[in-house]
Design a protein around this ligand. Structure first.
Ligand SMILES: NC(=O)c1ccc[n+]([C@@H]2O[C@H](COP(=O)([O-])OP(=O)(O)OC[C@H]3O[C@@H](n4cnc5c(N)ncnc54)[C@H](O)[C@@H]3O)[C@@H](O)[C@H]2O)c1
Length: 252
């Protein structure tokens, strides 16, 4: 039974690792004995996460901008060189802009799509190029319940997350012949640097909480069990799925 969820010595690259979800995932994977490459645009944030990990943690960091395709390529190549392989890739990079549709500029819309969808394709692609020759890989994109539910002001974010979830399914189809699984985790609202301003405005916090059946916002640690499952032997037959970790948000 212990081997079902054993991910010791797995090499996992986490993008967006300086953020709330990414850093929580990094801490959990380090505790489980993974070799980690932590990637983010925020150098100080990466240094802080590493300083909080145990000295025994096997960790490498790389600053990159996920919007730039060549930076995605060199960052993922560096991970593969550092550890001689990439077993898993977790994409926690994200942008969140909530603006009424009549006020949303093409630039606002495109920036969210670039970060949440186009950059995801680049990162997954360059991770997969190291997985395909080894016929092994696990890829996880952090999407959102906004891939399914609809809220006012969410034109860019909801369009980007439903696109990310569907992109995940297409990649799962393309890379299944190489024994690579590709899944999304779709969490409910959580208070992080991304959402603090939004939650502080008018009654957004109360409204968000009222739509979650388990009657609280998500905490970053709530997604860890699903991340470990999807990276572990026990999750090896799951692919092309968007697993909603949402306290019942999508059925409310
Ligand atoms: N917080 C929520 O309520 C919530 C809910 C569902 C899904 N999500 C999704 O989870 C993911 C992580 O969100 P979070 O709440 O941890 O946010 P966060 O802001 O704490 O973390 C996001 C990280 O991505 C990094 N990043 C942003 N743009 C980048 C770029 N161009 N290149 C490299 N790194 C970049 C940031 O520096 C940051 O460290 C996002 O995709 C978000 O949409 C968040």
């Amino acid at each position: 039974m212990r081997e079902l969820f054993d991910i010791r010595d797995r090499v996992v690259a986490v993008a967006g690792a300086a953020g709330a979800f990414g850093s929580e995932i990094a801490r959990e994977l380090a505790a489980r004995g993974c070799h980690l490459s932590l990637l983010d645009i925020n150098e100080a944030g990466l240094e802080k996460i590493v300083s909080e990990l145990p000295e025994s943690a096997q960790v490498h960091t790389r600053v990159f901008n996920a919007i730039e395709e060549d930076e995605c390529e060199s960052a993922l190549d560096e991970c593969a060189q550092r550890w001689s392989r990439i077993d898993g890739f977790v994409n926690c990079v994200g942008a969140f802009k909530i603006i009424a549709a009549e006020d949303m500029t093409r630039r606002d819309f495109t920036q969210v799509l670039e970060t949440n969808v186009s950059a995801a394709l680049s990162m997954c692609k360059f991770a997969a190029r190291h997985m395909i020759p080894r016929r092994y890989g696990r890829i996880i994109n952090i999407a959102s319940v906004s891939d399914s539910v609809v809220n006012p002001g969410y034109a860019a974010y909801a369009a980007s997350k439903s696109a990310l979830t569907h992109l995940t399914r297409v990649l799962a189809v393309e890379w299944a012949p190489h024994s690579i699984t590709v899944n999304a985790i779709s969490p409910a609202m959580c208070e992080t640097a991304l959402t603090t301003d939004f939650l502080a405005r008018s009654d957004n916090r109360a409204t968000a909480k009222s739509k979650i059946l388990l009657d609280r916002l998500l905490e970053p640690e709530d997604i860890l069990g699903t991340v470990v499952l999807l990276l572990s032997p026990g999750g090896g037959f799951i692919t092309g799925q968007a697993i909603h970790v949402d306290g019942g948000r999508t059925i409310s």
